[in-house]
Design a protein around this ligand. Sequence first.
Ligand code: UTP
Length: 224
Amino acid sequence: MRIVLKIGGSLVFKDKIDVDLIKNVSKQIVSLSKTHEFLIVIGGGAIAREYIGALKDIGKDDTFLDIVGIEASRLNASLFIGALGEHAAVEVSKNFNHALSAIHLDKIPVLGGTHPGHTTDAVSSMLSEFVGADLFLRFTNVDGVYDKDPRKHPDAKKLEKISHGQLLEIVEGTKAKAGVNTVIDPLAAKILKRSNIKTVVCGKDELLSIKAVLEGKHKGTEIS
Ligand code: UTP
């Protein structure tokens, strides 16, 4: 299978860089790469939000904030370039052609953001479309897709399996602002729907057993 794996920046860097997690995940990917092709996208996480917040207070515009968010995500991505060693492309891919070329050279591409105006979820969905991925696997600090925001509504229900149309309904109306944290970027939901890309959304704990998730043994949400 060709798999786009997105790891939320908040899992990689919350209060500090989670070196153990980065090493663990990289080891799993190297091992699973014998039977699957992986393209990795890393989010901006706390470091992006910290810089975006400060620059917002300073009065900078949203495009400037987005560019800084992209830089932060690429910094997080470089941690995986380091941990994957010779298995990874030599540098963080800044565009999809570079990522696909790395695959052709038998290397694992790692990306952060690409352009202002969206999130690394949108990058992941566009990349999935571009490389014809069989699966988009997304790990973040929310362990699945809920019928409403679980951080605001204690009675929110996790959905086991939904359609792309249902996902779009859930995320529609979300405001596109730099650093805003939602279930999934609405642009990503649209792209996943138009290309009918199978997607699995899981939480941090399941990142420790990617093989099980690939076998369908997970507590997250499947979108198909
Ligand atoms: P993300 O919102 O993608 O970070 O990027 P994230 O780590 O996935 O979020 P969590 O932690 O898992 O919830 C951070 C910010 O960088 C800018 C946006 O402002 C985004 O909110 N960005 C990122 C872009 O403008 N373009 C990109 O391609 C990527």
